[in-house]
Design a protein around this ligand. Structure first.
Ligand SMILES: Cc1cc2nc3c(=O)[nH]c(=O)nc-3n(C[C@H](O)[C@H](O)[C@H](O)COP(=O)(O)OP(=O)(O)OC[C@H]3O[C@@H](n4cnc5c(N)ncnc54)[C@H](O)[C@@H]3O)c2cc1C
Length: 401
């Protein structure tokens, strides 16, 4: 099969579908090519902070996400072994301050919301990209099913192992970060309500690890996601079925609430976290990368998908503003790279503070206001993609290059 289109989006994950909605909002046509035979998300939950919600609202999915997003008063942080209260991250206050809510989603619900308003005849499933050819006046996308598609311009949203990135930059493989994740989903009816009191969203921090549990899908499920420093990652891929007993052993001497949660886990998956050094390798000419393909990051600032949603809105704004998409892509990179690099550095530094091995020092830093398990992220959450899409972003010195 051979076909042609104006803009092709490779990858129908959160970034790719957000980009398709954003382009649609600005009257720009695009075709999505997704490797999987059906749209779907692996991993249980994802959170979106106010500035990303503003981007989602601006691309026309505000009501849909409000219908499936869970609002919690905030994250309550405890010591993993003693249960002692350490910090409260007030999300209602954050919403009021920044003018948009902070949601927790079941990933499948968020993806459905993004897919629901799109023309499904423009979403081509079972199209695994295997190569891309750059020509002076177009590009050619080559797929594993034998299809070849000529596209004038390409948006690469094909995730951390991006084929497009590989084609453009060669040996730029993501590497293991020394951190792994356990994920599990519990039926909320099985979880005694006092376990997640007082906010329904609790984080436990311990030496070299943390553990987060919170309600999603109208309190039907409790999502569990953890992270720990370990050099023991040996699996080929980065998501595999895990052993609940091995998961339990990763959190020795848990305080009673955490012990109860761990005891309820009967199925889990484990993930190795992979990223790559920060580079300017975000695309060139007719090809633009977005989302994890451009900027995979540690999840410690809860910003990987949020940055992809900012990407989607801002890329569409530039495409609308510039007559030449090549110029739009260059402008997009000029404003996006400094901000996202700052967020990537924030994610890294959050991991260090959350996983401090000296819990007394950690506690003192929190009380003294010199450290926070959530990081100092006012500049991330307070960003307004609608007002600032064409401006050089403000990144605090400590997170700037
Ligand atoms: C444990 C954990 C927790 C996280 N929590 C949060 C959070 O709370 N908030 C937040 O903002 N972010 C969070 N993130 C980050 C977030 O999940 C990612 O940044 C986000 O999913 C990236 O979306 P994407 O569409 O760029 O990539 P992906 O989600 O990887 O999607 C890529 C898509 O491209 C398709 N694809 C891949 N290869 C090809 C190919 N060759 N041809 C065609 N299609 C292809 C895939 O099938 C997939 O549909 C978390 C990440 C982890 C690991």
């Amino acid at each position: 099969m051979s076909a042609s289109c104006g803009i092709a989006i490779a990858g129908g994950g959160l970034a790719g579908l957000a980009a398709a909605n954003a382009l649609k909002t600005f009257g720009i046509k695009a075709e999505v090519f997704e490797a999987a035979p059906a749209l779907g998300e692996i991993g249980a939950a994802v959170n979106t902070s106010p500035q990303a919600v503003k981007a989602l609202q601006a691309i026309g999915v505000g009501e849909k996400i409000a219908a499936v997003g869970h609002l919690s008063p905030g994250i309550y942080t405890r010591n993993m072994q003693t249960g002692e209260f350490l910090e409260f991250n007030d999300r209602f206050k954050m919403a009021e301050r920044y003018g948009a809510p902070y949601y927790s989603f079941h990933r499948a619900d968020l993806l459905d919301a993004l897919a629901s308003g799109l023309d499904h005849s423009a979403i081509h499933l079972a199209h695994r990209l295997t190569g891309i050819e750059e020509r002076p006046d177009h590009t050619v996308l080559v797929f594993a099913n034998g299809a070849r598609v000529e596209a004038e311009f390409v948006i690469g949203a094909d995730g951390v192992r991006s084929v497009i990135r590989q084609a453009l930059y060669g040996d730029d493989n993501p590497t293991y970060t020394g951190q792994m994740v356990w994920r599990a989903l519990l039926n909320a009816n099985d979880v005694p309500s006092e376990v997640l009191e007082p906010t329904g969203h609790t984080q436990w921090v311990g030496p070299g690890c943390h553990f987060i549990a919170y309600y999603i899908r109208k309190r039907k499920f409790v999502n569990i996601v953890t992270q720990q420093d370990t050099d023991k990652w040996v699996e080929e891929g980065w998501s595999t079925r895990g052993d609940p007993d091995e998961m339990r052993l990763s959190f020795p001497n848990p305080e009673p609430r955490l012990a109860k949660l761990l005891s309820l886990v009967t199925e889990c998956s484990k993930w190795g976290l992979f990223t790559r050094p920060l580079t300017q390798n975000w695309g060139r000419g007719r090809i633009q990368l977005i989302g994890d393909a451009a900027h995979a990051m540690l999840p410690n600032a809860g910003q990987g998908a949020c940055q992809a949603f900012e990407d989607a809105y801002i890329l569409a704004r530039w495409l609308e503003a510039c007559r030449d998409p090549v110029e739009a892509f260059a402008n997009f990179r000029r404003v996006r790279i400094p901000r996202v690099h700052g967020v990537q550095r924030l994610s890294l530094s959050n991991a260090g503070f959350k996983h401090m091995r000296d819990s007394e020092l950690q506690k003192e830093s929190i009380s003294a206001g010199t450290g926070s398990v959530h990081g100092n992220a006012e500049w991330v959450w307070g960003y307004d993609p609608l007002g600032e899409w064409d401006k050089a972003p403000l990144v605090p010195q400590v997170y700037a290059a």
